[in-house]
Structures are given as structure tokens and as C-alpha cells.
Design a binder for this molecule. Structure first.
Ligand SMILES: O=C(CO)COP(=O)(O)O
Length: 256
């Protein structure tokens, strides 16, 4: 497999948190704290949709990219309450998270829908951050690699190597999300290596060497360095700890 030098990517998934004034205050703080890491680590924030436009303006020239937390697969139409990929691109988003386990659990997102969303993101010129991960019951039943493989295959269906090489995959074990119980570095590395191996089988070594794989699930300042130090862990997708500038900046620092 090609040993490409992958630039680490740390993204904050704010989920349904922060009003617009709170979002502006958080990025104002963050901007100062992550400014110097901008070259070695890519830093991304994914606020609620309503904060995207004000943050787009506030982040002008800052080393912080914007992401949407989800999008619909059609570009427009009668889909009340939905947001399309071109709408997110217009607001300056470089990334869109698709297939987050909360979408799969609470809103019924299927592998096929995740694939359609990822295609819409790519077609709009952005990069999908495709989330996969097993539940505790699946891990206990030794199904982890089978579940993750099914999700990755489903999400990547119909994509070519050149697309996938630029994508971000995020391994987020469901049992580690918001629980304070992170996967150990060894558990994360095992699944990340399996995902990279699968990308090599589906595409080629060059693509597998370039695709970036984030770990997510209770990433905090005190466990980030060990997780991010694993050879196949190319960044972090951070929930709770991304809501505090100091904690998020410390995780970004751990990625440098
Ligand atoms: O779901 C996550 C990021 O997408 C992880 O959330 P926590 O960091 O709060 O566990």
C-alpha cells in the first residue's frame, strides 16, 4: 500500500448545540487558539444549519473550514424541512457529515441513503465525512468488522477511486459516543486498519493510502494524543469536547 503522507483532520460536530450568538462567540475564541496549527492540521467545525451563514462571514480568511451535519440527496424540490448539498456549498461548506449514527439511529438513515447523500455532496463540489460504527451489541457479538465493512461498502457504492481518495471516513463506535467511554487506541487502530484494507480491496493501494479516517467517540484532550498517534488514525470527529474552545484547541494541538 502506498505510504502517502496524510494531513490530519480534526472536526467539531456541534450537533444540535449553540445558538447563533453562542456559535459566533465560540469561533471567535477558536480562531485565536487554532490559528498557528492551520498548516499541519485541517480544522473543521460543523455547526447547526442556521449558524452556517454567520460563521461563513465571521471565518473569512481563518484557517477553519465549515461543514454541514447532513444534507438531502436532491438538489431542490418538495422536501419540507430538508437542506440540499448545493445550499450548503453556497454557504461556504467544504465538508458535509453523512451517515452519523444519530441519523441512522433516530432518523432511520440507511446505507443506501448515506450513499445518495455522499453522491450529492460530491456533485456539489464538497467532501463527505462518512460515518460508520458498530453498536455495543454488535461489538459484543463480534460483528464489528462485518458491520463497518457493510456500511463502508454501502456508502462508497458507485464511487470511483479518485473520489474516494479525497474522502474522509469516520469510525465512530456507537457505544463510545457521548458516553465518556472511548475506544482504546488499539481498538481504534484495529478497525481503522481494517477499513483501509477494505478500501485497498475495493479500489487500490494508492486510494487506501490517501483516504483519511477519523476516529470519533468521546475524544477529549486527555486521550486525543494516544488515539491520534495510531498509524491509521488520521484525525478526530469530536462531539462534546468541540463545544469548548480550550478543549477543542487542545485536541487540535494533539494532532500536530
Ligand atoms: O458523535 C460524535 C462526533 O460526531 C462524538 O461525540 P462525543 O465526542 O460527544 O462522544
Amino acid at each position: 500500500m502506498a505510504t502517502a503522507r496524510r494531513r490530519k483532520i480534526v472536526a467539531g460536530n456541534w450537533k444540535m448545540n449553540k445558538t447563533v450568538p453562542e456559535a459566533l462567540a465560540l469561533v471567535r475564541e477558536l480562531r485565536g487558539q487554532v490559528a498557528s496549527q492551520g498548516d499541519t492540521v485541517e480544522v473543521v467545525v460543523a455547526p447547526p444549519f442556521v449558524a452556517l451563514q454567520p460563521l461563513h462571514v465571521a471565518l473569512e480568511g481563518a484557517p477553519l473550514a465549515l461543514a454541514g451535519q447532513n444534507c438531502h440527496w436532491e438538489s431542490s424540490g418538495a422536501f419540507t424541512g430538508e437542506i440540499s448539498a448545493p445550499m450548503l456549498a453556497e454557504l461556504g461548506c467544504a465538508y458535509v457529515i453523512v451517515g452519523h449514527s444519530e441519523r441512522r439511529q433516530y432518523f432511520g438513515d440507511t446505507d443506501e441513503q448515506v450513499n445518495k447523500r455522499a453522491k450529492a455532496v460530491r456533485a456539489a463540489g464538497m467532501t463527505p465525512i462518512i460515518c460508520v460504527g458498530e453498536t455495543l451489541a454488535e461489538r459484543d457479538a463480534n460483528q464489528t468488522l462485518a458491520v463497518v465493512e457493510r456500511q463502508v461498502r454501502g456508502a462508497l457504492e458507485g464511487f470511483e477511486a479518485k473520489d474516494v481518495a479525497s474522502f474522509v471516513l469516520a469510525y465512530e463506535p456507537v457505544w463510545a459516543i457521548g458516553t465518556g467511554r472511548n475506544a482504546t487506541a488499539a481498538q481504534a487502530q484495529e478497525v481503522h486498519a481494517a477499513i483501509r484494507g477494505l478500501v485497498e480491496r475495493l479500489y487500490d493501494g494508492e486510494t487506501a493510502g490517501r483516504v483519511r479516517i477519523q476516529y470519533g467517540g468521546s475524544v477529549k484532550p486527555d486521550n486525543a494524543a494516544e488515539l491520534l498517534g495510531q498509524p491509521d488514525v488520521d484525525g478526530a470527529l469530536v462531539g462534546g469536547a468541540s463545544l469548548k474552545a480550550g478543549d477543542f484547541a487542545a485536541i487540535v494541538q494533539a494532532a500536530t
